[in-house]
Design a protein around this ligand. Sequence first.
Ligand code: HDE
Length: 703
Amino acid sequence: MARRPGKTSDRLATIHDQKLVRGSGGELHQIAEGDVPVLTTAQGGPVADDQNTLKIGERGPALIDDFHFREKIFHFDHERIPERVVHARGYGAHGFFETYDSLAAYTRADIFQRAGERTPVFVRFSTVAGSKGSFDLARDVRGFAVKFYTKEGNWDLVGNNIPVFFIQDAIKFPDVIHSVKPEPDRAFPQAQSAHDNFWDFISLTPESMHMVMWVMSDRAIPRSFRFMQGFGVHTFRLVNAKDESTFVKFIWKPKLGMQSVVWNEAVKINGADPDFHRRDLWNAIQSGDFPEWELNLQLFDQEFADNFDFDVLDPTKIIPEEILPPVAVGRLVLDRMPDNFFAETEQVAFMTQNVPPGIDFSNDPLLQGRNFSYLDTQLKRLGGPNFTHIPINAPKCPFAHFQQDGHMAMRNPVGRVNYQPNSWNEGPRESPQKGFPAFADQVEGQRARLRAESFADHYSQARQFFISQTATEQRHIVMALTFELSKCENPVIRERMVSHLLNVDETLGAAVADKLGIEQLPEPADAAVRPRDDLPASPALSIIKNGPDSFAGRKVGVLVSPGADAALLKKLQTTIEKEGAVMEVVAPKVGGVEAADGSWVEARHMIDGGPSVLFDAVALILTEEGAERLTGEAAARDFVADAFAHCKFIGFTSGAAPLLQKAGVDPEADEGLIGLDNPKGIASFIQSCRRLRLWSREMAVKL
Ligand code: HDE
């Protein structure tokens, strides 16, 4: 029954006299004097009643002079701002960048002058295609945008977790994004590239083939933001105090190593925990397990650029690490979550054109287009030209300029003068010594809309990527392409894609064609330049070949039953934590279970809410009776069957046998099933977990 307060004045008197305050559910709490600030309007006026609009009598009508109600609803009505047109779903964190050694020989940028220098940063990770409320484990590129608050202004390194891009010229960006976003008539699919429009555009855009290999690989379904690389993509320039320029590519490498999930797992994670990546970053940082990346530079000069197989201005190409080894120059540590998501993560405005003196652009046509787009988009999204006044976007170094007024101006020039030169000797002046000079590149040529001949090879590096993968990773690429193309209704699009894949690698093209039921292989697509097959494999491109050999930062899910062995569980937990990993208990019921020794085992999840896809490895600490009982629960059977199918390591007590059997898992099936009862069980389980997955199982389970 609805609460029927008495006369407002009576009720408030009661609240004030008794020092009571209403909780969110309307309940009253007693408070000590001075504990709770008085609720006010946005104008600062104290509010007497926030539960009832102003009415005539008890039953209305409502009155328009209720300014508190009007202000509150007005503000609520305008809470939303446009989401980012791409990279709408993201998650950010604060941290710092620490320079290892002076890079003065290469750049005059202040951030790179002193060993040990710490610069505050804000980082935002994102998916590209999905809207703000979409799920984290979409197959997609991940944004990796870093804002460095340097002493010479903000430097934004707005990168992705993939080092190449779909297109070579910024003028095609609206097309590629339109094609991947929900189709305009039906407004689906959300956060998916598996539909006709995307593959139609891609199959008509051969320059995207290298990027397609990456997006169809496991790189596009990372296990966590903490386990992925980041890339500046374009070639940039470093410029030193003598105005000498060195080309540079920026690469972030995670200290915890790279790791991805498998597609079947990704699909299930999206249902079980759509915020999987957010939660992972939040939990890691809140528990003091701060993620770290090293900034690596690939440095090269004009001579290298002239002799390299491909054009260094072409953003669909990489420079293999084996040819140009990256050098670690600093580390990035994320150690603090924002106080408020909207104020910081949502309002942060990254812009590629934010560079300090000593870091400069190249003529990569994608980068040049981006340098226009990022400023432009902030005006729409943040509503005016003063978005740099928002604390997350404001520089942390002193700054002075004559920009003034406009919507939401928080700071305006002080004094009489708002221009220069002036004869009042007031205000800031430009400084040729300290200011950003723009590298004095010599350019000449005819005005024209041209694509460089040196950008014409679209297949050779796609092939190099494919042959650099392990057999497991290649299989994942085949399966991803098959899945995505199977969602295309138009068979012409599928065949056209296969004709490109045949140029990338014949076995790849044939395997995808076979799975798509295409009996007659199409002719390979016409290629402007004959695809090369002499580029050697680059092992650095494989995730699996570069495993961390550590289980640190990962998570074990332990399914327990009443009567579980508490001592064994404790030992398992100690071993897992010593490894730098985390253990979470999953129980048949909310709360936990009583162990054999009568102690209470607290559970983080109930079985329906804690499927094994949320963990990197699982353990079953069950009594036979408990396991028997769990055989009747689909969630428990899936817990085991999925962990097995996703090639995870499974530790188990002998009591778990009935559940393993019911889930179709033979405890002797392979080395990934590890008995925990014997004295060395736990040690060998953890040792195995360092391999992250038992990929050799995959052929047996045929995911
Ligand atoms: Fe972006 N991109 N982009 N992009 N991009 C945006 O800027 C754009 C590209 C990237 O967490 C937008 O503030 C063009 C490559 C990230 O806030 C927009 C082109 C790379 C983020 C925009 C590209 C990126 C964005 C939308 C082709 C990797 C999220 C909202 C020329 C190197 C930043 C915004 C954040 C966001 C334009 C291609 C990375 C519209 C025109 C290549 C990580 O300005």
